[in-house]
Structure formats: C-alpha cells, structure tokens
Design a protein around this ligand. Sequence first.
Ligand SMILES: *Cc1c(COP(=O)(O)O)cnc(C)c1O
Length: 434
Amino acid sequence: MKFRSVKGESPAVSFREALFNGQAPDGSLYVPELLPKLSPGFVSSLREKTYQEIAFEMLSLFLDEIPSPDLKRIIEKSFTFPIPLVHLEDNLYLLELFHGPTLAFKDVGARFMANILSYFLQKDEREITILVATSGDTGSAVAHGFYNVPNINVYVLYPSGKISRLQEQQMTTLGGNIHAIEVEGTFDDCQRLVKQSLADVELVTAKNLTTANSINLGRLLPQCTYYAWAVAQLQNQFTQTEKPVVVVPSGNFGNLTAAVYAREMGIPIQRFIAAMNKNDVVGCYLWTGDFIPRTSIRTYSNAMDVGNPSNFARLQDVYHYQTDNMKSEIEPFSITDEKTLQEIQATYERSGIILDPHTSVGVYSARQMKSKWTINTPMVVASTAHAAKFLEVVKKAIGIEIPLPEVLRSSLKKEKKSTRISTKYEDWKNLLIK
Ligand SMILES: *Cc1c(COP(=O)(O)O)cnc(C)c1O
C-alpha cells in the first residue's frame, strides 16, 4: 500500500516514509492511495473477534510492508486497555475511549504511533524530533506515549493559559525526552508553528523532524479500529443487527476521518454525526458550501477548539470535493457551552453517568438528531475523555467534585517544567536549533 498526498504534487510513498515525513513535501496531508476493503467473511464474523484480531485485520491492509508477526507484536503493545461499549439509554451507546494512561481517546493513536516509530528506528540508528501542537489532550497523550522511547525527542507546543491545569501537569512534568513549550498565543498559533517547521527544509534536515499530530497517519490509521470494535460489541453484547449511526465529538476531525475510513473499508455504519462546539467551520461548510477557517474561540470542550481543522482536507478527498456527497453521510451539529452543561446535568440525572464536556456535545447532538429524524436506529457516541479531566466544568454542571483517578492525582504533585515562547517563528526556530 502506498500513500499519496492530497494535493498530488509530491510522489506517493511507503507507510514508513509517510510516518517519518508527517506531511507531504507539497505541504498537504498523506492519505492511503486507495482505501482497502475488508473481506466480507471478516465483516460478517466481526462479533466473534477480539480487539486485537480486528486491529490486525484492518491495520495489516494498510501496513503490508511490516511482517505480520511484527505488526501483531506492535498491536499487542499498543492496545493494552479496554474500550468498552456502554449502554446509556434506549438505543444510545457510549464507546468509552478513555481508559488509557491519560484518560482520553488520543492514547490509542499515540501509543500505536510511538511503538511503530520505535520499531522502525531500531533498524537504523537514528535520532528524530517529534513536534506536536496541542489544544489540551493530544500533548499529554503523545508525551506519555513517547516518554522514554529511545532515540526520540518530543516537543509539545501548547497555548499558554488555555488548557486545564490537569492537562498542563500531564505534559509538563515528565521531563527526560519530553519538552513542554508554552506558546503565548492560541492553539492555531501552535499548529502554525509546527506546520511551518515541517515545511522548513533546513530545520527538517538538521533535526529529523516529524509530527505526532492527528495529521500523522501513524496516529490516524489505528483510530479506524475502534469503530469496528464498537460494531462488534453492539452485535455481540447487545444483539443489535442494524447499522449504527456514529456520533463523533470533533475538533481537528481526525477521529471522524478514521470513522469514515472504517465505513469505507466495509464496517457496517449507517452514517455520521459531526458534533461540534461553536468552533463549527466544518458545520458551516456543510450548511452553506463554503469552508471559511477562522480564529478558534474558547469553549468548555477545549480539545475541540479548532478554527482550521487539518483533517478537513482528508474528508474532502474521500468525498471527491463534493459537498453533497459529504452531506449525505455526515450530519453536522453544533452546540453552545450552555447546552454542554445542560447535557452533563441531564445525563447525570437520568442515568448517573458523568459525561466530560466533549462527550456531552456528542450526546446532546445524538439526542437532538434522534428526535429530528424520528428513528430508532442504534447510535454510538464516541466518549472521548474521562470526566475527571474537566473537573471545573463538571462541577459547574452538577455541583459534584469527582474524585480524581490515581494517574491524575500523581501528576498534580509533580513540578511543572516548561519553556515560554512568543508566536514568532524565528523565536521558536532558534530555540529548537540551539
Ligand atoms: C482531541 C479531542 C477531540 C477531538 O478529536 P479530533 O480528532 O481532533 O476531531 C474530542 N474530544 C477530546 C476529549 C479530545 O481530546
């Protein structure tokens, strides 16, 4: 399998090259040359498979350059925590993606990417530098996924003062090969600095740069697997045979792109709801046909505060740049902070389940669309983070202080180490190259 650039102005490359390059030399993103199809036999026996089996079947189609036993080992090392499907009410389910080390779905992709990079690096004695821009959760997931992985230095760029204390502690207290960079700007500034660095030939060559943002296929592709696992559990545990609607709380749209890929590969999914906070440029595109990036605004679901979502380019590519095509499969929904709080409260009162603000955006959207469509199709909401990561918001909604899981409690006790920089590219480059 080869991977081409979305713009098509750079040559197609192997997975290994796409992984190390991060993005294509023409400045656009890599995508699979063709989305592979799962065998009908596999799809019809999904309910009997384990997570590891599903992951191997799907990922081996993309990563045919890695010998099967090696890929199996990488999968075993990466997917070590449960991803349960939990029944919320009626036909509404939560796919709990937050049981990894930093309690957010990004652990899945980050761990896989770290393991696969380290697999390739073992073969040639090389040091590389990973850059990652974060609006909150990516940084901690990548920092933990890559911590102490030999021959890899990680720089995490985050917007100063715009992430929660817990998120900040999780990425600024590891030390070692993990460097936290506090940017005096927004997430979009962080993302711009990373993109500019990756396009800077001098820097890329001097430092062997790549990125661990969701633009990297090493993080994106493993995310396809949990949607198949959701369907397997729906069929197996809940004896549902109907294709579900999948609801994805979205910011940079990596998670939704992975879900769309899974469906294209043959996983039985009816359609998607893109659940957004007020950073809803993709929603506006689907409503009006115009894609107009804008500066992100702060919301309670801060990991989705993205004004120019990178993976939109991949979605356009899948749907051949036809707005109507995308619209026929993806229903956009965007909600305010007020509704986000209301939903945390309403769900808690109904079921005792405490949603984090991102998942709340998803559940609210699911409920609204369910009544609008008047359907009884099963709906699976990607539950993207543990509520304890967003204590203040949850407390505002239900007046309860959730006890912190041990992993979070221990990071709060550690000392923060970070370097502050301005949003100027030159400042950042000087720091990196010194
Ligand atoms: C990153 C993140 C999202 C958004 O995912 P994208 O792939 O960027 O759309 C949603 N919820 C949480 C908790 C996140 O960390």
